[in-house]
Design a protein around this ligand. Sequence first.
Ligand SMILES: [Zn+2]
Length: 158
Amino acid sequence: MLGWRQWAVDERGGLRPAWTPWSPFPDDLLLWRPDGLTRAFCLRAVRDPRDRPGRGRAIPAHLRTPDQACVCGLYAWRDPALLAAADQPRWTRRPIVVGVVALGGRIIVTERGYRAELANPVAVLDRDGVVDPRYRAARYRRWESLVAEWAAPPPEPQ
Ligand SMILES: [Zn+2]
């Protein structure tokens, strides 16, 4: 299953959440992995890890991530029109890029898209070449080209 989303790009070209401020979380926690599948992590389990020094591992808020009653998971919109209509994040001055993710594992279907357990970027609109080359996602300079190649075709008329 494919979804459409935004990322904020860190100073090393890493893809990070566009809507969740990165601090106070540990540096690696919110980084989308360039070398494989990214796994959702429920932030309720680590709301502020610095409050609990030496207290061992945080206790998960629920057994499986994402959980229907929680807000966790790797988010994606279901189509490019919803992504195109979305606001731009304003909390960061880092570049924002958009793209397509392949979703897997446990997936919760929401009104406008998905919350997934696993995801992997498969295509990014990277006009300025800011995304770390280690991501194996296809690169696009034009939104129209990205949509033409990755959007589901409209349903056939009956
Ligand atoms: Zn959760």
